[in-house]
Design a protein around this ligand. Structure first.
Ligand SMILES: [Zn+2]
Length: 293
């Protein structure tokens, strides 16, 4: 995961530009939920502003960094995910998830609630784009927290006291994911050695199965091999090769590149320890070869 920086004013402007009047309609709906004391409506309007998030995130899933379709035909691939569930909240992990993935934690991850964060159903800082695997199959109505819940809440940026385990990557609402998770080759690993930061990183990795989904490991291995060549080409004798190398290093580590978090970890390793980076590239190649044999 990486952060996608945007100023709150710019964020609001982009939404207003795409769908004039959307914000006012959203506020009216939120006022209605406040009266009801829960989330309830027959049809929703958040999909109208989906494109703002697709572009901000570079047409990538905010959780697993896979690239998604860019054209309007591909809108269906992009789920508008409510980071804090608008309806009910389910406890994570369920017994089935614990059994299936062999998870075990010696700390509390929060409780289920029949009524969720209904005042955040139309809060722009509660949305992000995610792929269907991350949203529909994995995120569902879960929102594990270490602190006391602050439901229903009105502003996510003021709700850090909940100590969420999952990480919100847009703007400056939450911590920078790259301060919490780095990559050892194709595998995501927590940066901290202890405390909530480390737990957040581990739970996020476990929650989205970021270290075991084959498509993610495969794509990261391909990224590492491309970046490895580009980093070497950057120092080549021939000017044209150097130019391509520089361009590809920038491209593969930019916020809009798939698996930029992994790529940036690899670039740091290459700059600090080239022999170690060469070993990682060899391992990435071995991994890809193991998939075809
Ligand atoms: Zn995803």
């Amino acid at each position: 995961m990486i952060r996608y920086p945007i100023h709150p004013r710019e964020w609001e402007n982009r939404i207003e530009e795409l769908v004039p009047g959307w914000q006012a309609r959203a506020e009216a709906r939120t006022a209605h939920f406040r009266e009801l004391g829960r989330y309830s409506e027959s049809s929703s309007i958040w999909s109208e502003i989906k494109r703002v998030y697709m572009e901000l995130q570079g047409f990538k899933c905010g959780f697993c960094e896979r690239r998604l379709e860019k054209s309007r035909y591909g809108n269906v691939e992009h789920d508008v995910e409510h980071f804090r569930p608008k309806g009910r909240v389910d406890a994570w992990p369920t017994a089935a998830i614990t059994d299936d993935r062999g998870l075990a934690y010696d700390f509390d991850l929060g409780e289920a609630a029949a009524n969720g964060y209904f005042l955040l159903a139309y809060n722009r800082e509660n949305y992000l784009i995610s792929c269907k695997t991350c949203n529909t199959a994995l995120k569902r109505n879960f929102f594990p927290i270490a602190g006391n819940n602050e439901r229903p809440g009105t502003q996510p940026r003021d709700m850090r006291g909940e100590k969420p385990f999952l990480i919100y990557p847009l703007g400056a609402v939450d911590e920078d994911p790259e301060d919490l998770i780095e990559f050892d080759g194709v595998l995501p690993v927590p940066i901290g050695t202890r405390g909530h930061k480390r737990r957040r990183a581990q739970v996020t990795i476990d929650f989205f199965a970021l270290d075991r989904r084959e498509v993610l490991l495969e794509e990261r291995a391909e990224t590492i091999l491309a970046l490895h060549l580009a980093l070497h080409a950057r120092n080549a004798a021939e000017e044209g090769t150097r130019a391509i190398g520089l361009h590809m290093v920038d491209r593969l580590t930019s916020p809009h590149a798939p698996h930029a978090g992994c790529a940036r970890s690899f670039r740091r390793r290459f700059d600090a320890d080239q022999a170690g980076a060469n070993d990682i590239a060899d391992a990435a190649l071995d991994y890809l070869l193991s998939l075809v044999s």
